[in-house]
Design a protein. Structure first.
Length: 259
């Protein structure tokens, strides 16, 4: 199902033996456009220290009560590698993180989650971790930083082919794969607060330095595009209409069931 990241902020995060805090941010992989980590404020548990939690750690997501249940104990989390959120999260830190929890790396493979198509499948491949690390050591490693805070990207300007279109207000993610399917664009600076969806893959380029997303779309094309209503569930009918309007190839296959 597709969900708004804004709706997932402040979700309570619970270990197997107690709550550890609440979600305050997400780290986005700017190559695969996938949420790799939740940034959790541990409140009273670890004196408010922020910790990273991978969706691989999820035991269950309870959408009705706004809770993420983890397959980790409080001691697991307390002793995890520390993260300085005022600095970029490096690949070396991710390697330490994965080694600590015994997770395979998601990078270096063709799939969104490396050896699995979703974090849930990757969690079941712990027995392949040693082989994956051995293979990784024989390859040239890239330590380029590709993780970005969604709180930072929220607010980026959207520049069309003729004029500015609006700014990023939110992200729509697939709650199984954690891929970012859409950027929610707020056009309130010129078009009565209309909100529209644009897939990140439709961007022609992104300037991280200038904090601008460039799209091959005019203001008129955005003005006449399908309206996004945050109060409604995004279904396959709406997505089909959206992709047809912009003349884009759909990311799903004909055998997919409507969501």
């Amino acid at each position: 199902m597709l969900r708004s990241l804004k709706d997932l902020e402040r979700f309570t995060v619970g270990a197997t033996d107690g709550d550890i805090g609440s979600v305050e941010d997400f780290l986005l992989d700017d190559e695969q456009w996938t949420i790799r980590y939740l940034v959790v404020d541990t409140v009273k548990f670890l004196d408010g220290r922020e910790v990273l939690i991978s969706p691989i750690s999820f035991r269950q997501a309870d959408w009705s009560t706004h809770r993420f249940h983890l397959a980790l104990t409080m001691a697991n989390i307390e002793n995890c590698p520390s993260t300085e959120m005022d600095k970029p999260v490096s690949r070396q830190h991710e390697e330490d993180f994965n080694q600590y929890y015994g997770y395979p790396p998601y990078w270096g493979y063709s799939g969104i989650w490396g050896m699995g198509d979703s974090p849930a499948l990757l969690a079941m491949k712990k027995e392949e971790v040693a082989a994956a690390r051995t293979a990784e050591k024989s390859e040239k490693r890239s330590y380029d930083i590709h993780l970005r805070s969604t709180n930072e990207v929220r607010g980026y300007d959207i520049q069309g082919t003729d004029e500015a279109i609006g700014h990023v207000e939110d992200f729509i993610v697939d709650d199984e794969t954690w891929e970012v399917r859409y950027l929610v664009i707020d056009t309130s600076n010129w078009w009565f607060g209309k909100k529209v969806l644009v897939a990140p893959q439709w961007a022609s380029r992104i300037s991280w330095e200038k904090k601008v997303v460039y799209v091959e779309m005019s203001r008129d094309s955005i003005k006449n595009s399908p309206v996004y209503d945050p109060s409604l569930v995004i279904n396959r009918e709406y997505e089909t209409h959206l992709y047809a309007y912009f003349g884009r190839s759909a990311y799903w296959t004909p055998v997919d069931r409507p969501k």
